[in-house]
Design a protein around this ligand. Structure first.
Ligand code: SAM
Length: 261
């Protein structure tokens, strides 16, 4: 048949990812805090500080459903603005900031929109919520100053396509940043981490979210994700320059970055 093994696997993967996030959307924040001991907040802060957001920027946060990264970028831009206005009140920062939050799953976007409301950001014109696929972005070539993807690329079916799309939509000089669960290389810590991820995470998933399978899937997807060096090479293959990565907590997560020249 024309349905090769690989294709079937890929279709399964997309479906699985859809189901996983529909099922976890409502417990998402609690689970993140529980599983990372609250550390995901610091990791996202680090991601945004590497982005160096500025007023008037056009930014795309992919797989950003819950708005976690977008809210941080907006806060950072607002504090830059406040400082600039203090220094020279006659400056009018008219350039319109736009932060697009793109996610394939409408349930996750709804979680994000609700949180925006709770934070009093519902009316903020800078935030734009878009349903879309990282592999086929509905944005123009050379239109973005920045691109972030946090805990998202691991779930994308064809990582190369997502990277090619990131490259396409970025302007020259635009920055690509990816925060992802990665690979621990430190002996002993690695064994402890394996124990934690294979026993504790599915058990907590079952107890708290009533869904062992989805969390089992998350753990397996971390395993399958390319190691730091290999992923860096894929980013370079997509055309990015100055590709680097920073390990946090010994590689539990890594932030990869690249520039489009
Ligand atoms: N970035 C958020 C954060 O760090 O809290 C959410 C991360 S969540 C683990 C992964 C997100 O990726 C989900 O919201 C899921 O719907 C989204 N996703 C999965 N595949 C995607 C794709 N191909 N394109 C866009 N989003 C995708």
């Amino acid at each position: 048949t024309s349905f090769g093994y690989k294709e079937v696997r890929e279709e399964e993967k997309s479906q699985m990812v859809g189901n996983v996030f529909t099922s976890v959307a409502s417990n998402y924040d609690l689970m993140n805090d529980l599983m990372s001991g609250g550390l995901h907040r610091l990791w996202k802060d680090r991601l945004v500080s590497k982005l160096n957001p500025f007023p008037g920027m056009k930014h795309l946060d992919v797989a950003g459903g819950t708005g976690d990264v977008a809210f941080r970028i907006l806060e950072s831009i607002n504090s830059v603005k406040r400082r600039a206005l203090q220094d020279s009140p006659e400056d009018n920062l008219l350039e319109e900031t736009q932060i697009f939050v793109c996610d394939i799953n409408p349930n996750m976007l709804n979680v994000g929109k609700k949180r925006a409301q709770e934070r009093g950001l519902a009316e903020d014109r800078a935030l734009v919520w878009v349903e879309g696929d990282a592999e086929a972005l509905n944005f123009e070539d050379n239109s973005m100053d920045g691109y972030t993807i946090a805990f998202g690329i691991r779930n994308v079916t064809h990582i190369e396509k997502a990277l090619a799309e990131a490259y396409r939509v970025l302007k020259r000089g635009g920055r690509f940043l990816c925060l992802e669960l990665s690979h621990v290389e430190v002996p002993i810590f690695k064994e402890l981490y394996d124990l934690y991820s294979f026993s504790v995470i599915p058990a907590v998933g079952e107890q708290v979210a009533g869904d062992r399978e989805s969390y089992q899937y998350l753990v397996e997807s971390i395993r399958r994700f390319p190691p730091q060096e290999k992923f860096a090479a894929m980013i370079a293959d997509a055309g990015f320059q100055k590709v680097e990565y920073e390990n946090l907590v010994g590689g539990v997560v890594a932030i990869h970055s690249g520039l489009k020249f």
